[in-house]
Design a protein around this ligand. Structure first.
Ligand SMILES: *Cc1c(COP(=O)(O)O)cnc(C)c1O
Length: 390
């Protein structure tokens, strides 16, 4: 092997990637310190059995950290699954819809919700309770516009649409049907009223760790709804019965998830502290948007702006390219928006420090000062021209 090249945290860039995304430096440093051997174990976390006492402890601690952060007792099970959030698009309807004779209701506020419903259609009857496609998923539905079916098996929402940057500001409430929530891109970013949720799922690699593990929090009574005959690994009961070890779980990813949970609790003041920190970061960027006289045109309507993914357009694609290139020169990376929305997307998850957000703010202010009057966009109004949409 070649001589390993040692790097330091001073070399780290400000990573605005939508996922996999930035991790807390303290967490990476702890991983680094413990990587050769877990303290007192004599083997690396990368090497130990998922049935070893060392991993028993890690799994138990991670579940306990999550229970503490989410404020849940025995009402819900916490499962660690693989296949990403994308597999939950199938597992949810397989377990809760298939053979139920009922309808799965979907509130579609962006790309991920639309992807979820596509998979659900393969499993049973679905109903679109609301879809924001007509305004390019830039908003949440007014409560009165959500039309549920008569007795839905569940109502599915996406708490934060990662691509559009549209986020439910409070826990949704659609009555007695179990609420199923894809919380992949805002999990652990703020307190949740878990009594509202029948099932909440989140891949870890946006806000809670690394790719490889997906957290499923499921109300225990819903486990009785899974039809018999499902493939064992796609049946929630298999994982609940076996404590997430029906087969080999992603040991390292669960370990990292546990470290991130502990960081949220001990360094960030729990989910309340985390929410305050995230709100303060998001405000820094949205204040720049709002003071830019349309130079930076936010995609999401102000009242449903995401505190995790800040999406906006510049007056032209040329300026957007120049913005991204200039940002890279300052060490601000992965700011290009998703191709379906275009423009810029700054993902500022839990682990993005305020200093990174402030660097981006400075770039935005300086870039606007340099370009606001040079392009066609200098004239106000150009920023919302429909010609740029798409
Ligand atoms: C990233 C993301 C997904 C997809 O997650 P995978 O782990 O890649 O399957 C699903 N939903 C939301 C809201 C996401 O942000």
């Amino acid at each position: 092997m070649t001589e390993p090249k040692r790097t330091t945290s001073a070399e780290r860039l400000s990573n605005f990637s939508p996922g996999p995304a930035v991790l807390p430096v303290e967490v990476i440093e702890q991983i680094q310190a413990e990587l050769l051997t877990l303290p007192g174990v004599g083997s690396s976390i990368l090497e130990i059995s998922h049935r070893s006492p060392a991993f028993d402890r890690i799994l138990e601690e991670t579940v306990a950290e999550l229970r503490g952060l989410l404020g849940i007792g025995d009402s819900h099970d916490i499962l660690f699954l693989q296949g990403g959030a994308s597999l939950q698009f199938s597992m949810v309807p397989m377990n809760l819809l298939r053979g139920s004779g009922r309808t799965g209701d979907y509130v579609v506020t962006g790309t991920w919700g639309a992807t979820a419903i596509k998979e659900a259609r393969k499993e049973g009857q679905v109903h679109v309770a609301w879809d924001g496609a007509a305004t390019r998923h830039d908003r949440l539905p007014p409560a009165a516009d959500v039309r549920l079916s008569a007795d839905p098996a569940y109502v599915h929402v996406t708490s934060n649409e990662t691509i559009q940057g549209v986020q439910w500001q409070v826990d949704p409430d659609f009555g007695p049907a179990p609420l199923v929530c894809d919380a992949s891109s805002d999990f652990l970013s703020r307190p949740l009223d878990m009594s509202r949720y029948g099932l909440l799922y989140a891949c870890a690699q946006k806000n809670a760790g690394i790719a490889g593990v997906t957290v499923v929090v499921i109300r225990r009574d819903l486990l009785d709804r899974s039809p018999d005959g499902l493939p064992a690994m796609l049946d929630y009961r298999t994982h609940a019965t076996n404590g997430s070890r029906a087969n080999t779980p992603p040991v390292f990813a669960i370990y990292v998830l546990g470290l991130v949970c502990r960081w949220v609790r001990t360094a960030m003041g729990g989910l309340e502290g985390m929410a305050r920190h995230n709100a303060a970061k998001a405000k820094v960027l949205y204040d720049v948007l709002d003071a830019s006289e349309g130079f930076y045109a936010g995609h999401a309507q102000p009242e449903c702006r995401s505190k995790m993914n800040v999406t906006f357009r510049l007056p032209s694609e040329e300026l957007e390219k120049a913005f991204v290139t200039g940002a890279v020169r300052r060490g601000l990376v992965d700011l290009k928006g998703h191709r379906s929305v275009g423009g810029i997307r700054a993902s500022i998850y839990n682990a993005m420090p305020m200093a990174g957000v402030e660097s981006l703010r400075d770039h935005m202010l300086e870039f606007r000062a340099a370009h606001a009057r040079s392009g066609p966009a200098g004239q106000s109004g150009a920023a919302s021209s429909p010609a740029r949409d798409g």
